[in-house]
Design a binder for this molecule. Structure first.
Ligand SMILES: O=P(O)(O)OC[C@@H](O)[C@@H](O)c1c[nH]c2ccccc12
Length: 313
């Protein structure tokens, strides 16, 4: 069954699903093949059985990568990544919390989201990073996608510079160029969304991340994706409680899937966690590492809200 839209190069965009208005600068010929893309780049891959929003986000993402990699060739972004200084140990920070019998909180920051609209205004990544660190979070997650989440690479840089926590770049990673870009902006971990990737793509992206001493968080939504995530080497297995079709969250997703995660991996429950009771529920299901964003970002006192979750476990 052909459930995947594939193209030979990322330079061609016919069949590009409609997304929000293009922001291609007028001086750039749309659709021009970027000479800088490596011959080995994976074909554009947008599984057509994905929900519409994710298809549109991915279509935008391929376009963004095509444009950015035309401006900064792969060899150059790799050079910047390899010169970016030491990584902070993302997996180690979570293991440290678990070893001390604490909740491993990955505290997320984003300005907006497709499901939540504008979440925080004003949005100050450095202040949020300090608040999360003070509250006892183990790691940060920073959205860098601009069109759908109001993010920017600068947000990650500002957040990381303001604290000592390891930082996950939260974006839609489909090409090695983005892994290098992530490290170049300071990220210590990248998210790999199994729903958006073939096994070969996920493995290639993980290889690049490992070569840069970065951690990988492999995200699954269902049992099939979970099994595919186990094909990777990473120990960090994210289970997203958000149904990508309805954009609703249901903690029952993690409750159902966490028991399938073998003991040598670390399950991370993602999305929809709000209250200390939610934390205890996830913890009872076997997930003592949690990725939490929206609830914290909607609070005036972010530090107390984050501390309440860390201390709930
Ligand atoms: O804001 P929440 O409901 O606490 O969820 C955080 C995080 O899990 C969510 O932002 C997320 C999980 N996987 C993603 C993939 C892309 C963008 C965002 C996400």
């Amino acid at each position: 069954m052909n459930d995947t839209l594939t193209m030979n190069t990322l330079g061609n965009t016919p069949g590009h699903p409609a997304g929000p208005a293009s922001d291609t600068p007028p001086d750039e010929a749309p659709g021009a093949a970027p000479a800088s893309f490596p011959a080995s780049s994976p074909a554009l891959h947008i599984p057509q059985d994905l929900p519409d929003t994710l298809q549109r986000i991915l279509a935008d993402k391929y376009e963004e990568v095509r444009e950015r990699s035309a401006a900064t060739p792969l060899a150059e972004i790799e050079r910047r990544a390899r010169g970016a200084g030491p990584t902070r140990d993302f997996t180690g920070a979570l293991c440290h919390a678990l070893a001390e019998d604490r909740i491993g909180l990955i505290a997320e920051m984003k300005q907006s989201s497709p499901s939540g609209g504008r979440i925080r205004d004003p949005y100050e990544p450095a202040g949020l990073a300090r608040a999360y660190e003070t509250a006892g979070a183990a790691c940060l997650s920073v959205l860098t996608d601009s069109r759908w989440f109001g993010g920017a690479p600068e947000h990650l840089k500002e957040a990381r510079a303001a604290c000592a926590l390891p930082v996950l770049r939260k974006d839609f990673c489909v090409h090695p160029w983005q892994v290098f870009e992530s490290r170049a902006m300071g990220a210590d971990c990248v998210l790999l969304i199994m729903a958006a990737l073939t096994d070969a793509m996920a493995q290639e992206l993980e290889e690049v991340a490992r070569s840069l001493d970065m951690a990988v968080l492999a995200e699954a939504h269902d049992e099939r994706e979970l099994q595919r995530a186990f094909g990777l080497q990473t120990r960090l297995i994210g289970i997203n409680n958000r149904d990508l079709r309805t954009l609703r969250t249901d903690l029952a997703t993690a409750e159902a899937l966490v028991p399938h995660v073998p003991a040598d991996r670390i399950p991370v429950a993602e999305s929809g966690v709000r209250t200390p009771d939610d934390v205890r529920r996830m913890s009872a299901a076997g997930a003592r590492c949690l990725l939490v964003g929206e609830h914290l970002l909607r609070q005036t006192d972010v530090t107390s809200a984050a501390r309440a979750l860390v201390e709930a476990g």
